[in-house]
Design a protein around this ligand. Structure first.
Ligand SMILES: Nc1ncnc2c1ncn2[C@@H]1O[C@H](COP(=O)(O)OP(=O)(O)OP(=O)(O)O)[C@@H](O)[C@H]1O
Ligand SMILES: [Mg+2]
Length: 612
């Protein structure tokens, strides 16, 4: 089941207590701070626009009372003059409004786009620095969804909601002041009623926020499902599970829809509530006002002005409740993004990194001392236990053993993707935990068990090992890895695009690209995990020869199931259930007659008659 997203264990404990409603949005402050100047400019534009809006009803009152009122009473000419002047003023106000609104729109949209871009980059940068333990519990599709849909919600808030909120708060308070000036009695009544209006709005807002967070989670779930399946299409089709997978995604999307609808329903209710309550209050008060005009205690112009200001105030309350809904949604999204940002990688650079001793002609020394390690997700079973191994500079050590023995795990620890729970590992006498990660990983070249090819050209794929390498160096590395010939035969040679995840290459070709990439890096310690497993006998012989040449001047640890590839190693270490059970040269181990001798007997005498 993939309904509930699993969270990394390293998440900031504060995140749970930060469940306060809109306070979550405060987490965005560090992203807004660099743009103080733009905020101030937007604020100024906003003030002008709100001021202009608030001036319009006053102009209307003048027009009604002085223009029409005077026309009915005294001379008609002064009435016309007033009307002309008022209309000219009205147009002036509109012009200010237009310019200020455009300026505000521009500044605020700019801020929204900029801040969202910054958040996306920050989250991505943070995620790519996480250790593999993070990716064991977090699905990549989910991270992608956070990066795209969650940030879009934040963009809506920074890009429009903040400005709408400010504008409407200004209009609301300005309108209220003007209402007071027009008629203190009626306004007091309105205010009393407003308190009754705000309470249900706040309560509903909270519910919207929670539902919004759920809704974003469901979208992330759907993305995670899709991401995983799209990466495994050939397997899905080979097992004819397309219909099933489409259905699974459909169910995931429907679940997101259902959650969204609950959110939308809550929000619709919120909007209805706000409008009914606010307009109810206003209509009631206007009714009182109409009576006052009829009784002669209020002028027609006053009532007109009052109605317009009341309209502004009511409109701003309506807009504010909409904005609240948006802000609540963004708060839900922000919460998740902040959780991602708060995730601490369990593998950190040391505060004071040590340097590696200068590289020697032979390569690096690797020392494992009583290393015990269990994967974080399976702490009860150790994948390596009390492993001690001293590898001399320049030595070639082969690691063999049954599947699941812990061979790949050993490499993961050498690259410090995980720290052992007990014991220590040292490179050239320096504990791995005392080395900066880029120093350590810069000294290690690896050809992993599952080769990774990026969707770019053959040239760039090999150059990934050392970005500053020249084209000639790349070709030399490819020759060494017996990859040159097949690359030359590709439609565009080294410039050929290899397809996403290298789908346009055979398994053996991918492996040779990976070997070339590691050789180009020219590291003092080379790790080969089943580096030749996908090659036919002829290519294996070629690559084997190439690797032997490449092993000169460096320490090499090679994992292989096929013993033919390990016979010539200086030392063979037999690993079983995370322990070293035998170690020695091929000849010594065969003579010993233990696990290795058995394996060797099986592999080298496949045609021997089976004992009757
Ligand atoms: N990320 C992981 N989380 C939890 N357990 C893991 C993880 N990776 C490997 N294991 C477990 O650790 C043990 C050792 O795995 P490892 O990959 O080191 O085996 P291996 O010797 O490389 O096997 P193979 O020859 O099949 O590649 C296995 O029992 C495996 O199930
Ligand atoms: Mg392995």
């Amino acid at each position: 089941m993939t309904t509930r997203s699993t969270r990394s264990t390293d998440i900031d404990p504060d995140a749970a207590s930060r469940k306060g409603s809109l306070a979550t949005l405060r987490g965005l402050a560090p992203f807004l701070r660099p743009y103080r100047r733009q905020f101030v400019l937007a604020g100024i534009a906003l003030l002008f626009a709100a001021g202009a809006t608030l001036a319009i009803p006053a102009a209307f009152k003048k027009m009604i009372d002085l223009g029409f009122g005077a026309a009915a009473g005294a001379g008609a000419t002064s009435g016309i003059e007033h009307v002309d002047a008022t209309f000219a003023a009205l147009f002036g106000v509109a012009a200010v409004l237009a310019v200020a609104t455009a300026a505000r729109f521009y500044m605020v949209s700019w801020l929204g786009e900029r801040v969202t871009a910054d958040i996306r980059s920050a989250v991505y940068r943070h995620v790519v620095h996480q250790s593999p333990a993070f990716f064991e519990t977090t699905r990549t599709g989910e991270v992608l969804s956070r990066l795209t849909t969650d940030t879009t919600l934040i963009q809506a808030v920074v890009g429009t909601s903040i400005s709408l909120a400010l504008r409407n708060t200004l209009l609301f308070s300005g309108g209220l002041v003007m209402l007071f000036v027009t008629s203190p009695r009626l306004t007091s009544i309105i205010l009393g009623l407003l308190v009754l209006v705000v309470l249900p709005i706040v309560l509903f807002g909270r519910r919207v926020r929670k539902l919004s967070r759920d809704s974003q989670d469901r979208i992330a779930d759907a993305s995670a499902v899709a991401g995983e399946i799209l990466n495994a299409m050939p397997t899905v089709q080979a097992f004819t599970r397309e219909g099933h997978e489409a259905g699974r995604f459909g169910a995931s999307v429907d679940s997101a829809f259902a959650t969204a609808i609950r959110r939308i329903r809550a929000r619709a209710t919120l909007t209805m509530l706000a409008i009914v309550l606010v307009f109810g209050a206003i209509v009631f008060v206007l009714w009182l006002g109409a009576h006052a005009v009829l009784a002669g205690t209020m002028t027609g112009g006053d009532l007109g002005q009052f109605i317009l200001y009341a309209g502004i105030v009511a409109g701003s309350v309506g807009a504010l409740s909409e904005v609240m809904g948006d802000a609540q949604r963004a708060a839900g999204a922000t919460e998740r993004l902040l959780e991602l940002l708060a995730a601490r990688s369990s593998i950190q650079d040391p505060l004071q990194p040590k340097a590696l001793p200068a590289r020697t002609a032979n390569g690096a020394r690797v020392t494992l001392d009583q290393v015990t390690f269990a994967y974080p997700s399976r702490l009860d079973s150790a994948s390596l236990s009390h492993l001690s191994l001293d590898i001399r500079p320049g030595e070639t050590v082969a690691v063999v053993g049954p599947s699941g023995a812990g061979k790949t795990t050993l490499f993961q620890l050498l690259l410090r993707f995980y720290d052992p729970q007990a014991g220590s590992i040292a490179l050239d006498g320096v504990d791995l935990r005392d080395l900066a990660l880029h120093t350590l990983r810069g000294a290690v070249g690896i050809v992993p068990q599952d080769t990774v090819i990026f969707s770019s050209s053959a040239l760039e794929n090999i150059r990934y090992g050392r970005p500053e390498a020249s084209d000639e160096e790349v070709v030399a590395a490819a020759r060494l890895a017996a990859a040159h010939e097949f690359i030359e035969r590709l439609p565009e040679g080294y410039a050929s695009f290899l397809g996403e995840r290298g789908v346009r290459l055979s398994g053996g070709q991918r492996q040779r690209i990976a070997i070339a990439r590691a050789l180009l890096k020219n590291p003092p310690l080379l790790l080969l995990d089943e580096a030749t497993s996908a090659l036919d006998a002829e290519s294996e012989r070629l690559v084997q020869r190439a690797l032997e040449a490449a092993m000169v001047g460096r320490t090499t640890i090679i994992i292989a199931h096929r013993l033919a590839t390990v016979q010539r190693a200086d030392r063979i270490v037999v690993l079983d259930e995370g322990r070293i059970v035998e170690s020695g040269t091929h000849a010594e181990l065969v003579a010993l007659g233990g696990v290795y001798a058995n394996l060797a007997a099986l592999q080298f005498q496949t045609h021997a008659p089976v004992a009757a």
